[in-house]
Design a protein around this ligand. Structure first.
Ligand SMILES: Nc1ncnc2c1ncn2[C@@H]1O[C@H](COP(=O)(O)OP(=O)(O)OP(=O)(O)O)[C@@H](O)[C@H]1O
Ligand SMILES: [Mg+2]
Length: 508
């Protein structure tokens, strides 16, 4: 039988790195195939080549037995290849069905044939058992369902080879189960799926084979029956990885963050997105906020960091009312912030790693001297230290941040925010897209800082992370705190229920 995809000897060089080094990759019809490896290993690059987004410098690509050469994704889409990116590319004010046809509208005269798009969308929804309606507007859908729309869009175009780049990063456990059922059914129909993920438990659950990349090379491909999580981790990182966080019981001291009756309104809809929220975080403890994205976490975090105005309530940092203070003042007083969107708020893509390593503190000592002259040597040596300690790759300090792989960009931000020795850290999705070796390291650093008295507010959609790192866990649903659990009491099931808006008593 012909293979769905046969990539032979694929190489791709960027200015500073060989992202793909003579890579062979084969995908069979009917299988779900994981592509795993450390940050910067070359996974996204290989899949962008398969999807026609990037041209290889060398190598051959065959789809269903026929050699091809893509000039753009259009060529790949014609052959039934679809890619779901981690960042969704939907148009929010439009409906599900309208989003389906963007770029491939069924025309009726010159106007969009909405009726046809709608009925075809409805058919697909039914066929694949999705839980959405063609007429719903994207902005009214939770993130998990928006992902279904992304998948629907590829199905609409007749996808047979589906590439998913870290698809479960934003889903609840329940939504992940739904996604996995879809993937299995889709593959069982004779299609093929590539699944990129850093979550090895999911990879073991859903994939038939796993291909592991390291430093641009293909290390090997294994069958699920012949491997386990530990071995996969080892193949990826080249050493043993501890999959659990080791930490002592917290010894909380004085209150560092106090949120009192905080309200943030939706800018357009006149309804609260943060709805009378109150809680405290003490020095020496990690308080986790679990919740499906879009339930007020973003607004809550931005409000505490000073990037968004509160519409009611008070924020105290170390006992002082800072509700009306700027982000800069809060930062000077010892607040660090790892933002959820690494490019929108975390890094400046067109700046070097050096400048990004001091971003937010560049205007003051020790990085600025006199009338705002930068001490380039100080900045450079600080950047070097961060890059080395956090193993950011490539390690040159003159790399532009925009060319980092997802996980390496994240590592630089975490390094900058933690190593300025704050009193309070607000960490939103601190390890999203980071490989397990680096997660282990970042978690250790956060726990170490906690033990030295740091107050940590951790916001994460990754339940494993919330459960293993937090001393206490709050669950946010539609802007309100649904409940609080201690680390010992928290289970994925209990949290999942709270995250979906049920009370624990209803579930019992
Ligand atoms: N457009 C680009 N310009 C320069 N370098 C790039 C570009 N895209 C990727 N790279 C580099 O190529 C290497 C591989 O990146 P790639 O995005 O494929 O990694 P990845 O395996 O997907 O990592 P992650 O798990 O962090 O997403 C990295 O070192 C990255 O910095
Ligand atoms: Mg990637």
């Amino acid at each position: 039988m012909t293979k769905a995809v046969d990539m032979q000897n694929i190489s791709k060089r960027f200015p500073l790195v060989l992202a793909n080094d003579r890579v062979n990759f084969e995908l069979n019809w009917g299988e779900v195939h994981a592509l795993i490896g450390e940050n910067g290993a070359g996974k996204s690059t290989l899949m962008k080549i398969l999807y026609g987004l990037q041209a290889p410098d060398e190598g051959k690509l065959a789809i269903d037995g026929a050699e091809v050469s893509f000039r753009s994704p259009k060529d790949a889409i014609k052959l039934g290849i679809g890619m779901v990116h981690q960042h969704f590319m939907l148009v929010e004010p439009l409906s599900v069905a309208e989003n389906m046809v963007l770029g491939s509208e069924p025309m009726k005269g010159v106007a969009l044939d909405y009726g046809k798009a709608r009925s075809r969308t409805a058919e697909l929804i039914k066929q694949f058992g999705f839980d959405i309606s063609p007429d719903t507007k994207i902005e009214d859908l939770p993130v998990g369902l928006q992902q279904q729309v992304e998948i629907l869009k590829t199905l609409y175009r007749g996808v047979k080879i589906l590439i998913m780049d870290e698809p479960t990063a934003v889903l609840t456990p329940q939504e992940t189960r739904g996604l996995f059922k879809f993937i299995r059914d889709f593959a069982a129909k004779g299609n093929a799926v590539v699944f990129i993920s850093h979550k090895l438990d999911e990879v073991m659950e859903i994939c038939d084979r796993m291909s592991v990349m390291r430093d641009g090379q293909m290390i090997g491909t294994v069958n699920r029956e012949d491997t386990n999580q530990r071995q996969l981790a080892n193949m990826m990182v080249g050493r043993e990885v501890i999959l659990r966080v080791d930490k002592e019981l917290a010894q909380p001291k004085g209150v560092q963050i106090k949120i009192d009756d905080l309200v943030v309104m939706h800018p357009a809809k006149q309804k609260p997105v943060v709805n009378h929220v109150s809680f405290e975080v003490r020095a020496g403890e990690i308080v986790g906020i679990a919740g499906i994205e879009g339930n007020g976490q973003t607004e809550l975090v931005e409000c505490i960091a000073g990037l968004r105005k509160a519409d009611g309530g008070t924020i105290y940092l170390e006992g002082r009312d800072v509700t009306k203070e700027s982000a800069r003042v809060r930062r000077e007083e010892g607040l660090s912030h790892i933002p959820e969107d690494r490019y929108e708020r975390g890094l400046v893509e067109t700046f070097t790693a050096s400048m990004n390593a001091v971003l937010g503190d560049q205007y003051r000592a020790p990085y600025a001297v006199g009338l705002g002259f930068l001490d380039e040597q100080k900045i450079e040596s600080h950047a070097k230290a961060l890059i080395k300690d956090y193993d950011v790759r490539p390690s040159a300090t003159n790399v532009l941040a925009g060319s980092y792989s997802g996980g390496n960009a994240q590592k630089l931000i975490v390094a900058r925010e933690l190593e300025r020795k704050p009193d309070v850290l607000i960490a939103a999705q601190p390890t999203r897209g980071v490989d397990i070796g680096a997660i282990e390291f970042i978690h250790k650093q956060i726990v170490k800082a906690r033990d030295m008295g740091l107050a940590v507010l951790l916001v994460s959609a990754d339940l494993n992370e919330v459960m293993s790192l937090s001393d206490r866990i709050l669950v946010l649903f539609e802007g309100q705190i649904m409940g609080e659990l201690s680390q010992e009491a928290a289970t994925a099931e209990k949290l999942g229920l709270l995250m979906a808006g049920s009370k624990l008593s209803e579930a019992a």
